[in-house]
Design a protein around this ligand. Sequence first.
Ligand code: NAP
Length: 684
Amino acid sequence: MQKKLGNLVLDRWVDGDGDGKLLTSAVNGEALARISSAGLDFADILHHARSTGGANLRKLTFHQRGDMLKALAQYLMEHKKEFYELSTQTGATRADSWVDIDGGISTLFVFSSKGRREMPNDHVYLDGPPERISKNGTFTAQHIFTPKLGAAVHINAFNFPCWGMLEKLAPTLLAGVPAIVKPASSTAYLTELMVRRINASGLLPDGALQLICGDVGDLFEHLNCQDTIAFTGSKSTAEFLQQHPKVICESVAFTAETDSLNSSILGPDAVPGTPEFELFIKEVTREMTSKAGQKCTAIRRIIAPAAIAGDVVEALSTALGKIRIGNPANKDIDMGSLASQGQRDEVRDRVAELAQQAELVFGGSGDFDVIDADATKGAFFMPTLLYCEKPLTSSAVHSVEAFGPVSTVLPYDKLNEAIELSRLGEGSLVGSIVTNDNNVARELVLGTAAYHGRMLIINRHCAAESTGHGSPLPHLTHGGPGRAGGGEEMGGVRGVLHYMQRTAIQGSPQTLTAIGHRWIQGADQLDPGVHPFRKTFEQLNIGDTLQTDAREVTLEDIQHFAEFTGDTFYAHTDEEAAAKNPFFDGRVAHGYLIVSFAAGLFVDPDFGPVLANYGIDDLRFAKPVNYGDTLSVRLACKQKTLRADAGYGEVRWDAQVCNQHDEIVAQYDVLTMVATDEHWASVN
Ligand code: NAP
């Protein structure tokens, strides 16, 4: 009897009841494990996630969760050898496994870094600046995001058992939401191994991660409005699950990543002999064969100018003919097997459907060499290329997804035909364009972007560093409209916000400052007691305010600044010319002179806890400053972000520069680094 995959439920490893389903190696058909989730109490699983996992995660700030993801990524890196070994059984070559395993772990690193750089060291994420909604500003509004109080149910596809889990897990945990992961059965053994290591690391709090190996039983019956479903798989399963009565009546957030007939368009300029033609052939070949074409982002439709479509077919056939297929553990192999025999049979059927409307020009179901493996036992499939003579009137090539190393060449005459062909995919995860003509690139992007979640334009200038058509990046959104599911994942902080609720908060500026920990115009201005630059990070209070003395701007100042900096723009140096400008009635002070004088007014010069000024945000010059005007500054401590273990924190100051009539002439945020008590004590 094969071992059964464990289910991680209520922080314990539990076997499902019964014999379950047998999982076999994609390479040699040998039995690997059994899988069953029978007998699990799915209501309990959800309850544990919400009450224990969510509560534990919400105690942590975004930065602490980011640190947790980094530690987890480092831990998984140390164990990756065993993931690679097992990954071979899914049919993946080392390069395929690298995308799945290293790619997945690097997603944790990126989200860790984004969380610590772009989110506050706090529990509330502020969505943009406050909204002015009252005349006097005593009643204001701020959009905020807080973690949903439910569980995130992740249902994943079979093709990336590690990346598929980690790309959803990273933003979920960063949001402060617990996850229940349900991997696709056929490759769940690799996900289970990784979850065993994650669990053994002890890095995640109790309840933050649970794993269901097998079906999800009656889990959907127990969902509520605080839960989220993130699904990856076929369109038909997504539609079925989206129509579950609980999903509908509880308005459960549902994001779907489904089938995609991605296209790549070769520009009319990219004729044989150009670098772009070579790049196109290389990119399409790689996309067709990496992971044996089992990538949701793979190129399924090759849109090429009719005049050179024959060259494209010939060049691709030559390139595909060089692909060595076989045992993925063998280093000489370019392409392994599909993930299961069932999957191979499925791809065969889909190719037969495509062949009704397109001509088979390479591969197909004929005999082919399989190196170091038994073709009758493994799920091997030959790279297969089709050619569709009349793609505008053929529906199958735009709707049948053969989830393997299969693609069809579609010829076009005019650029608008290429656009139409691309759109016929009815929504894709990614589309690429290979051209060195930027006008062609713009026309194609404007014509097709609405049908795509991501677009990649490749030419000789960026090819060497291009991450490729088929690689979703954690920084960029992954998802697409229509057939692709209409969902969005990753995309940095955007992906985190899927697991959080946006709420518009209205109230007094002081109340909103207390909730969001960011000082809002109109909130209390506190007397800091001493100059705020003499205070350490801990001693500073949000709202500590300095009102400076006033300083007159003279004509000599403006002249001196112009000569000293070299900025002799006429508005500062030529009275007559300046007066002709609709915004000025004579020579005015440089904006940077205003900012420099402001610093001269608010800075406390002596050695102190303020370590450095690292920038300015949102600088606006509201009114011209003429010579003879008098400037003063109101500087308020706006937001504090502690950098754990760094000895300092970032302090954002709200700076408002006014003239003698109390009119705002400049407004901006000054960004500083301020020493912590500990660091300050150590240098004094
Ligand atoms: P699938 O049959 O839809 O399965 C996807 C996931 O849904 C699996 O975990 C599966 O579990 C689960 N599932 C199936 N029926 C379910 C139900 N009634 N209740 C709850 N869960 C259910 O898709 P697949 O054939 O495995 O995956 C291939 C498809 O995924 C392709 O069409 C591909 O385009 C798409 N895909 C899309 C993306 C993307 O990011 N857009 C990425 C990868 C793959 P079991 O395995 O246990 O049945």
